[in-house]
Design a protein. Sequence first.
Length: 173
Amino acid sequence: MRAVKQQVRSVPAGASAPQLRATDADDVPILVSLAEGTLVFTPQEIVGLQEDLESCLSGNDPLDHLLTLEHAGHVVGFAQFGPAEITQGTWYLYWIAVDRQSHGHGYGAQILRRVEDEVRGREGRLLLIETSTLPRYEATRVFYERAGYTRECIIRDYYSEGDDKVIFSKRMV
């Protein structure tokens, strides 16, 4: 795992609440390090994350959106989401992660609520999330279910032998 020292951004006077903001290119190494630090994602997934972040920020994926959550000048989480091609109002949450030391503070729920609000604001009607059925993703699956997502289907052996894909959905309207 690469250690990336976060630059502490100045926090506005009296601002103690976490703040969601647009992601910028300087965030990429911090977000990659944060995702690595969750101990959930494989090295291959981390490479894919970095490629996705860089592609989105370079304008190659102009419909995708990135949000970064900061608290007290430190990045504590992020999400990437975008509309599904050839659909009317279906969106995907591609990535969401919260710093491992920051779990249990409601940051993931705050990020997810904002993603849902953004999707609704763009006339989205359905948000889909795909994840693995491996044990290390159990907390992730519970998080989605607690947030009101329905387990729609499981595709056996999708990622690899014994590693199924589960697809969650939530209506936005």
